[in-house]
Design a protein around this ligand. Structure first.
Ligand code: ATP
Ligand code: MG
Length: 359
């Protein structure tokens, strides 16, 4: 091999994570992609037992161990790995047994398949959600038009009623019309024109935290992990606050359902490079994560989560996430979700514009 291409350099530039384990399944080597998969530095990874890094998986451990006994190569696709911090990811994995200077080793290759799947799912779901939202908006509009007339007619009728007892009935019509108007207004979504200004996302997040912490009905702890280097964004403060608050409120409500766990909501901000949002690649984005340790999103809701009127709550209207998505779309951003029992992560991506482009 030419001197300019070293094996080390090649391995570190692979997109596949490569690990070498010894007989006791302790890590002896990890390439850069492996550090990213396990979210650990090299010093924290070396010597660590594979079973400590991955607390659960759909990997066939018997076949894995057999590679050593019989010198076989073992490959498996769509293996779900659960890491020590609760993260889960889908991978294709292969394990090869190698003998090096009489020492037995496992060579593990891990390829993440999540990313690819997410992008194709995202495009499909986005189209379906748009169609569902248009349908609901159309219906809401048709319901809203006669509602004003019904309410007005009931009020006129009330004035003509011969007996005060009968007012009870016209009152019901007025109250229920108001309730429906309220609902269709939410279905129609925000009708104010966005007013964009350069502002800090952290200031917006702090407002959300204050609002949630002021609520005396819970003692959920909110922790922040902000990246102070994030620049100001061209945003509508009220819209973003509403979008984030809907997500944080859902976390609070989910945590209240399981009082046996000490509820925690973590808000993390980072800069993310090369993010694809609805088919367009943005070089720089702010990533805002809202993570709770609640029960997780019910499986049956996952595929339709952002549709209007999808709810698991008795008094829920199922509009919170649909509204959040519309508001984030006004900022050319997107929302992603990952959820398992004890960990639900909502991730918002918002493109970072250069200031001169908006002046
Ligand atoms: N952090 C979370 N943990 C568990 N389930 C969640 C979480 N966030 C959302 N969900 C589920 O997603 C459903 C839809 O949420 P959404 O905010 O759209 O509506 P809702 O909260 O039911 O009603 P609304 O927000 O209109 O009052 C919820 O009913 C809940 O089942
Ligand atoms: Mg909600």
């Amino acid at each position: 091999m030419s001197e300019s291409v070293t094996t080390e350099n090649l391995l570190d530039n692979l997109s596949t994570a490569v690990l070498v384990l010894d007989e006791k399944l302790q890590v002896q080597y990890a390439n850069h992609a492996a550090l990213a998969v396990f979210e650990r530095s090299l010093s924290l990874l070396i010597g660590c037992s594979f079973n400590q890094l991955i607390v659960a998986s759909t990997l066939d451990f018997v076949r894995f161990q057999n590679t050593m006994q019989y010198g076989e190569v073992y490959s498996d696709s769509e293996v779900t790995l659960t890491f020590a911090d609760g993260r889960q990811t889908q991978t294709d994995i292969s394990v090869t047994y190698i003998l090096e200077n009489q020492a037995k080793r496992f060579l593990i290759e891990i390829r993440l398949i999540e990313q690819q799947k997410k992008i194709s799912q995202e495009n499909q779901q986005w189209a379906q959600q748009q169609a569902a939202r248009e349908l609901v908006r159309g219906l809401a509009h048709e319901i809203k038009n006669p509602l004003g007339g019904i309410r007005g007619a009931a009020q006129l009728l009330e004035k003509q009623l011969p007996s005060a007892d009968l007012k009870e009935f016209t009152q019901v019509i007025v109250e229920q019309s108001d309730r429906l108007t309220n609902l269709v207004d939410r279905l129609l979504g925000p009708n104010l024109r966005p007013s964009f200004e350069w502002n800090s996302v952290h200031q917006m997040l702090e407002k959300v935290c204050t609002l949630v912490q002021l609520d005396p009905s819970h003692n959920i702890v909110i922790t922040r992990d902000y990246d102070p280097s994030i620049p100001e964004l061209y945003l509508d403060q009220d819209m973003l606050q509403q979008a984030t608050l809907n997500i944080v409120r859902n976390s609070v409500q989910a945590l209240l359902e399981c009082p046996e766990v000490a509820g925690e909501i973590k808000i993390v901000t980072r800069i993310e490079r090369q993010v694809i949002i609805h088919g367009q690649c943005f070089p720089l984005c702010v990533k805002i994560q809202i993570i709770d340790n609640g029960p997780g999103i019910p499986d049956e809701l996952k595929s339709t989560l952002f549709y209007p009127m999808v709810t698991s709550k008795q008094d829920g209207s199922g509009l919170g996430l649909s509204i959040s998505q519309t508001l984030i779309a006004h900022h050319r951003g997107k929302i992603e979700v990952d959820s398992w029992p004890n960990r639900t992560e909502f991730t918002l991506y918002l493109p970072i514009d250069k200031k001169e482009s908006k002046q």
